[in-house]
Design a protein around this ligand. Structure first.
Ligand code: SAH
Ligand code: SF4
Ligand code: F3S
Length: 447
C-alpha cells in the first residue's frame, strides 16, 4: 500500500549491518523489502540513518560479542538523536532475547530470524518490542512480494531453514529452530521473479539445504535433486548453486543432478569438520571419515570436474594430536578447492559446552598447520585454472577502465578485459593468469 506514497514525503533511511552466513544476507534483503513497504530506503551511511538494524550471528563467541561492541559505538549516536531506532535481528536476537535490552538499553527492538515479518508492526509500535518465538505461521507468507526492482545477477534464495542434526558444538538448531522446507511452488515463483529482475544465478540456501524435502507441484513430496532438476528447466536461470549441505543428506538423486543438470555448478561445499572418527562421533556428525571419502568418490564419479570445499573445527574437546593428524590426512586425500577452518568456540546451551577444552595454544598451533595445508591446496586449485576455459558471470566493473570482474563456475573472482560486455553477461573465458586473490582471463565467447 505505501508503495505509492507521495514521493515528496522524505523517505526514512535504514542502515542494515549483516553478520554471519548467507542466510543472514538473504534475510537482511527481505527485511529491507519489508521496511521498504513502510517507506524506508536503504542507506550505506550509518550516521544519516533513522533506523539501524544489526542482523547478528551467534555461531562463535567472537561473532556474538561483535554485537555488543557495535551497540557500544551506537550509544553516542542515539544520545545525540533519541528518535534513532536501533533494532537487533538474527541469531543473537533469538538466543539472547531480552538479555540484549537488559545489557544494552539503547536497543529498541529485538526480532528473531523466524519472526522478522513482524518488524514493520514493531517499528510502528503495534507489536511487542521483543519477538523471538517460533511461530506456527510461515514468515514468507507474510512478507511483501519482493519489489519489481532490478537485481544483481547473482542472488540467494532460502529454500530450507533450521536444523534437526544437533551437532554437539552448534547453536543453529536453537537459533533457527527445527527444519522447515519451503514448498516447490513458492520456490519456483520466487526464482522466476528473480530471473525476471535480471538474476541469472541463484544460490539455494538452507542450514541443511540438501535435506530439503518439500511438497511438489504434483502434490507429492520431492527431494532436493528433483527441485534442482525443476530449476534447471526454468527459462533464463543459467546457474544454480546450493549451500550448506550435510554429508548424510547427499542423496543419490542429488548426486545424479550433478551429473545431469548443466546449470548446476561444479562446486560443492560439504563440511566434514574433522577427519577423526572419534571426534566425528563426539561431535554427533553421524558418519565416519571413510564414509565421507566414499561419498566424495561417488560425487566425483558423477561430476569429475567438481570442486569441493569444506569447514573444519580445530580443538574440539578431547581432540588429540592423533585426531588432528587424521584430519590433515583426510584433507590430503580429498584435496579441497578451498575451506573454512575455525578454532572451536564453546557455545552456551550446546552439548559440548561443558566439556574440557583443548589447551588454547595447542589449538592455535593445530589451526595454523591445518590452514597452511588448506592454503596450499587452494593455491594449487586456483593455479590449476590457468589454461582452462570456464564460465564467468560478470558482476561488476573492475577498478581499471576496460576491465570487469565476475565469478567463475568455481566461484573464483575473474578479471576480464572488455569494453563491450555488460554486468550479467555469462561468458566463456580462458584463464591466462593467477594472482593472489583472483584470476585473469580472456573472453572466448558469450554463452
Ligand atoms: N549447517 C552447516 C554449518 C553451519 S555453521 C553444516 O552442517 O556444515 C558454519 C560452520 O561454522 C560449521 O560448519 C562449523 O565449521 C563452524 N562452527 C559451528 N559452530 C562452531 C563452534 N561452536 N566453534 C567453532 N566453529 C563452529
Ligand atoms: Fe549446526 Fe550441525 Fe546443523 Fe550444521 S548440521 S547447522 S553444524 S547442527
Ligand atoms: Fe550465524 Fe545464525 Fe548463520 S548463528 S552462521 S547467522 S544461522
Amino acid at each position: 500500500m505505501s508503495d505509492h506514497d507521495t514521493p515528496a514525503q522524505a523517505a526514512k533511511k535504514l542502515f542494515i549491518k549483516t553478520y554471519g552466513c548467507q542466510m543472514n544476507v538473504y534475510d537482511s534483503q527481505r527485511m529491507a523489502e519489508a521496511m521498504g513497504a513502510e517507506g524506508y530506503v536503504l542507506t550505506e551511511n550509518q550516521s544519516e540513518a533513522d533506523m539501524v538494524l544489526l542482523n547478528t550471528c551467534h555461531i562463535r563467541e567472537k561473532a556474538a560479542e561483535k554485537l555488543y561492541s557495535d551497540l557500544g559505538r551506537l550509544k553516542p549516536l542515539k544520545a545525540e538523536r533519541p528518535d534513532l531506532k536501533i533494532g537487533v535481528a538474527g541469531c543473537v536476537a533469538q538466543a539472547e532475547g531480552e538479555e540484549i535490552v537488559r545489557r544494552m538499553p539503547v536497543v529498541d527492538l529485538v526480532v528473531g530470524p523466524q519472526t522478522y515479518h513482524r518488524l514493520p508492526a514493531m517499528v510502528r509500535g503495534e507489536a511487542p518490542k521483543i519477538i523471538t518465538d517460533f511461530p506456527e505461521e510461515d514468515k514468507f507468507d507474510h512478507l511483501p512480494q519482493q519489489r519489481a526492482t532490478r537485481r544483481a545477477p547473482a542472488a540467494f534464495l532460502t529454500v530450507q531453514e533450521g536444523c534437526d542434526k544437533f551437532c554437539a558444538f552448534c547453536v543453529v538448531p536453537y537459533t533457527r529452530g527445527a527444519e522447515v522446507s519451503r514448498p516447490v511452488e513458492r520456490i519456483m515463483r520466487e526464482a522466476r521473479d528473480l530471473v525476471a529482475r535480471g538474476v541469472r544465478e541463484i544460490t539455494l540456501l538452507g542450514q541443511n539445504v540438501n535435506g530439503w524435502h518439500g511438497m511438489g507441484e504434483d502434490g507429492r513430496e520431492w527431494g532436493f535433486g528433483r527441485l534442482i532438476r525443476a530449476l534447471g528447466e526454468a527459462e533464463g536461470l543459467e546457474r544454480i548453486r546450493y549451500t550448506t549441505s550435510h554429508p548424510n543428506d547427499m542423496a543419490d538423486d542429488l548426486i545424479e543432478a550433478h551429473r545431469d543438470v548443466p546449470q548446476l555448478m561444479p562446486y560443492l561445499h560439504l563440511p566434514v569438520q574433522s577427519g577423526s572418527d572419534r571426534i566425528l562421533k563426539a561431535m554427533n556428525r553421524k558418519h565416519t571419515a571413510e564414509q565421507y571419502l566414499r561419498l566424495i568418490d561417488r560425487i566425483r564419479d558423477a561430476r569429475p570436474d567438481i570442486m569441493l570445499t569444506s569447514d573444519f573445527i580445530v580443538g574440539f574437546p578431547g581432540e588429540t594430536d592423533q585426531d588432528h593428524q587424521d584430519t590433515l590426512r583426510l584433507i590430503e586425500q580429498v584435496d579441497f578447492g578451498t575451506a573454512f577452518s575455525f578454532k572451536y568456540s564453546p557455545r552456551p546451551g550446546t552439548p559440548a559446552y561443558e566439556r574440557a577444552e583443548v589447551d588454547g595454544a595447542v589449538a592455535d598451533a593445530r589451526l595454523q598447520e591445518l590452514q597452511a595445508l588448506l592454503t596450499r591446496q587452494q593455491k594449487a586449485a586456483q593455479e590449476g585454472m590457468v589454461g582452462r576455459t570456464v564460465g564467468v558471470l560478470l558482476e561488476k566493473q573492475g577498478r581499471e577502465a576496460g576491465q570487469m570482474i565476475g565469478k567463475s563456475d568455481y566461484l573464483h573472482s575473474v578479471f576480464v578485459d572488455t569494453t563491450t560486455a555488460q554486468i550479467g553477461d555469462l561468458l566463456q573465458v580462458r584463464i591466462i593468469e593467477s594472482a593472489s586473490n583472483s584470476l585473469h582471463g580472456k573472453i572466448v565467447s558469450a554463452t
